[in-house]
Design a protein around this ligand. Structure first.
Ligand code: CA
Ligand code: CA
Ligand code: CA
Length: 305
């Protein structure tokens, strides 16, 4: 069993203490090459937590940090399950195990481990405010970015305001670990996000990418979780299922005798992936092709009739 491609030994997320129970924070992924694998995610002991002064909590601490988060056994989604409080627990580290419950008796204990570190952020009216629809209790933004743009292309910007000065924030940082494949760069002053690598809609399983950005004003900061929805563009050519098609045909075959059907697929979605067929080359006048089905038939050539 392996943790995901891309392999992730650990996950880091900033979480507002205002987030309500039920809110999903991060999804731990794992893959198992066995077809009959049945993966189960669990939070393992010991869960570590520290208060805002760095003092470690114990299970007898008044604040129930063990009940602050839970994981969905089948999806690996980590979500809020109890009240969060920056003063009580500013960081909580969850060891997560994934186990193949269908492991064959000959190969038991198919387990892997990862770690989710959650920084609980204090809510303050003085912290920078990102542009809507971001809110302190739902610090998320969604953007759309077309696939296959050149490296270095600026694809969107984040913008935050300092509520004390009323001025735009002039300092941004990508949160370490929030973009494990290093797909994006964040302009330190401008908040402009540009591409470090290729976004390929066809190759992306989730059709999304993500990153987290901090807006910093003095000793105050806020964070935005950004979901990048990758948009399909028409970048794939159709490909025939065969390089050559062969068939035999009686010399007296006449319209509408079906000869054969060719087929091609195009990896793009929607109309960008719709395939039309046509005939060309020597002998093309002797046949017709259905432009949507690819069925080739003999054609009644007028002077042979
Ligand atoms: Ca593509
Ligand atoms: Ca495409
Ligand atoms: Ca296409």
């Amino acid at each position: 069993m392996m943790l995901p491609p891309p392999h992730q030994d650990s996950y880091v997320q900033y979480v507002s203490e205002r987030l309500p129970a039920g809110e999903e924070i991060v999804r731990v992924r794992a893959t198992d090459p066995d077809q009959d694998a049945s993966l189960q995610f669990t939070i393992r002991e010991p869960v570590l937590a520290r208060d805002k002064t760095g003092v470690a909590l114990t299970p007898s601490s008044p604040y129930n940090y063990l009940g602050a988060f839970r994981i969905n056994e089948t999806s690996g989604a980590v979500s809020v399950s109890g009240p969060l409080n920056h003063n009580e627990a500013a960081v909580i580290i969850l060891p997560i195990a994934v186990e193949d419950k269908n492991a064959s008796a000959a190969f038991p204990d198919q387990t892997d481990l990862t770690e989710v570190t959650l920084y609980i952020q204090a809510f303050s009216d003085k912290n920078p405010i990102f542009a809507p629809p971001w809110t302190p209790s739902r610090p998320q933004l969604q953007v759309k970015v077309k696939e296959e743009q050149e490296q270095g292309t600026k694809v969107f910007s984040v913008m935050a305001k300092d509520p004390i000065s009323g001025q735009p924030v002039r300092r941004y940082e990508k949160v370490a670990g929030s973009d494990p494949d290093n797909m994006f760069s964040v302009g330190a002053i401008t908040g402009e996000v540009s591409l470090n690598s290729r976004l390929d809609y066809e190759a992306s399983e989730t059709k999304t990418a993500s990153l987290q950005v901090l807006a910093i004003a003095g000793d105050r900061s806020s964070q935005a979780s950004i979901i990048v929805n990758i948009e399909d563009v028409n970048d794939n050519s159709p490909i025939f299922t065969e390089n050559e098609y062969h068939t035999r045909l009686a010399e007296d075959a006449r319209f509408p005798k079906s000869v054969l059907t060719v087929s091609a697929t195009d990896a793009d979605t929607g109309v960008r992936g719709e395939v039309r067929y046509s005939l060309g080359g020597e002998g093309a006048l002797l046949f017709v092709i259905n432009e949507t089905t690819g069925e080739v038939r003999t054609w009644l050539v007028p002077h042979y009739a």
